[in-house]
Design a protein around this ligand. Structure first.
Ligand code: ZN
Length: 292
């Protein structure tokens, strides 16, 4: 299915998007003109009356790309992928920081200190408090570009609602804690999220003896003393007894009698919890929430 072409009335009111073949015919017959190249949009020369079938925007946010789909009566009429520049932004900021820092070891003429004149937006709101938020530049960029495209599409198609795919746990924050504030890296919030995540993922069961209804401890699959990391993919749940008897052993040694169980644990640790859709988002007539 090709991406449909956007159509506007002469007063720029959006009409139902049409198949590219139809658009080509309208252009050839000079009933419409090209309005925009990207995304391809045509504009009628004379007004067309039409009750457009409402369209829904579906967003699937990811750390590298955000998927955008337009759905009209259960048919995808446009699919697009937004590639984010997050990594580049983060790298550029590091580079700038290093260049500035380079002054310290360089012989330069006197300049008044200006390390205290930076303005920084307000800090991120803490859980349970209100306040203006602050996002790392690489994340803010993701919000901004997605919003830009949503606003653009709303002008080009009769969009009625927006649906956003949400993730139950923010795995990126856990796998890559430096993307958010220090509270996430070292504070209780970080530990709490990881624990809740593991309890959900492993259904509150000891992964070694399948015990339920017992206090569970977060377990490193490869022990830290043997180079195992704190990443979520290296964590599992164990009851106190199993945790004690495993101790500092490598998982391969600890479970050498039970290869099936070993295989299952290693496989499951790699698997993320299922994504699920939690909320149907903002309506066309309501305002789009302001970012920042
Ligand atoms: Zn156990």
């Amino acid at each position: 299915m090709p991406n449909f072409v956007f159509v506007l009335n002469p007063d720029k009111q959006p009409l139902s998007p049409i198949h590219p073949a139809q658009a080509r015919l309208l252009l050839k017959e000079k009933k419409a003109a090209v309005f925009r190249r990207y995304p391809f949009t045509i504009i009628f020369k004379e007004e067309v009356r039409q009750t457009a079938e409402p369209i829904k925007i579906k967003l699937d946010p990811g750390s590298q790309t955000t998927g955008i789909a337009l759905v009209q009566s259960n048919q995808v009429i446009l699919g697009a992928e937004l590639t984010h520049r997050g990594q580049v932004i983060s790298k550029n900021l590091t580079s700038r920081r290093q260049l500035r820092r380079g002054r310290r070891s360089r012989q330069t003429r006197y300049r008044k200190p200006r390390f205290l004149n930076r303005t920084h937006p307000l800090p991120p709101p803490r859980r349970g408090t209100e306040g203006v938020g602050w996002l790392a530049p690489s994340l803010q960029h993701r919000v901004d570009t997605t919003l830009t495209w949503v606003k653009r599409l709303i002008k080009l198609a009769p969009i009625e609602s927006i649906a956003m795919e949400l993730v139950r746990f923010d795995l990126q924050k856990q796998e890559n804690p430096e993307i958010s504030g220090a509270e996430y890296q070292y504070g209780t919030l970080y530990g709490w999220e990881v624990r809740e995540y593991l309890l959900t993922k492993f259904n509150r069961t000891c992964q070694y003896c399948s015990a339920k209804d017992t206090p569970l401890e977060v377990e490193h699959i490869q022990p830290k003393s043997k180079g195992g990391s704190d990443r979520v993919s290296n964590l599992t749940l164990a009851c106190h007894d199993c945790n004690q008897s495993k101790g500092n052993q490598d998982i391969q040694d600890f479970l050498k009698e039970e290869p099936d169980l070993l295989k299952r644990i290693l496989k499951q640790a790699k698997m993320p919890t299922q994504r699920r859709k939690v909320r149907e988002g903002w309506r066309r007539d309501g305002a789009i929430p302001q970012s920042g």
